[in-house]
Design a protein around this ligand. Sequence first.
Ligand SMILES: *Cc1c(COP(=O)(O)O)cnc(C)c1O
Length: 363
Amino acid sequence: MPVPYLLTPGPLTIARQTKEAMLRDWGSWDADFNVITARIRERLVAIVHGQGSHECVPMQGSGTFSVEAAIGTLVPRQGGHVLVPQNGAYCQRIARISRLLGLHVTTIDYAEDAPVVAADIDTALAADASITHVALVHCETSAGILNPLVAAAAVVERHGRGLIIDAMSSFGALEIDARQIRFDAVIAASGKCLEGPPGMGFVIVRRAALEAAKDNSRSLALDLHDQWVYMQKTTQWRYTPPTHVVAAFDCAIEQFLAEGGQSARGARYAENCRLLIEGMGRLGMRSFLAPAVQAPIIVTFHAPAIPNYAFKRFYDAVKARGYILYPGKLTTLETFRVGCMGQLGERGMAGAVAAVESVLLEL
Ligand SMILES: *Cc1c(COP(=O)(O)O)cnc(C)c1O
């Protein structure tokens, strides 16, 4: 059986060329490898137009490691207070990380189909001067909802607090512009919209915020300031880098730029999303979110109305036709998710919809 396409929000199906970039071994001390690291860092900063003002600090591990590194490095260990507007599991994860780090945490809770409202952040910051940082998830991958980054950033800036953005599932596909919005950190990873393999994250940090974070981290391995200083001094990663992942990520970024960068990547995903919702709609499948708040990254669908529906059975049948679905992450409703990212092959999203159609006919 051919390897199925991944309709998931990472890991996702990556280009053959990207996979082939992993066939070579690299020494972590080798100058040729460190040129790759430097190129990646520079290009990632440029994607958010942070040249001159921001630094890219890569971090080993999945995206969550970089989220934990950003919060633990940038939020003061004494008096740090994080406001988390939350409408899904990734927001909850940030709150949990912050609590485990011993920080004071306040949440604003929304339903899973409701976007964060910038005015609510305004109210919360006005009411509590002790809040030092706001942690916002740009695209909440749980339901696929888009949160209002520009409006939220303006509010946080007006109050003079720090903004930490979890842009894991939006970086490279949706616009984030450091010239237009002020943030302390934008966090993302290799294996999402930039279509690299999973295995490294990175944080784009405002240089002044990074410089101010010396000796703040309680973690050795997740100290972004230390990683940055060491990298500036030696051009190397502090501890063993995921060399094959780094090389493949570099190759993926090269392809991203050749495709036309963020606007082209975003347009491809938006078209995938449109074809998906339209095609599934023809099959009688309803998406969960209102179109106005649907990010073009991942779509949550209500389970199909077939007798004795079980996700596992549906999943297996679609997999047998060449596509891997993603389970739902909503607490109350039976749903499943379909990602709009990655290399979906010649038939693209139409192939995925056809696979679902054939399963629905069979079941
Ligand atoms: C994928 C993702 C993460 C990180 O998850 P990992 O499994 O650690 O890579 C964090 N936040 C969001 C919004 C994500 O989509």
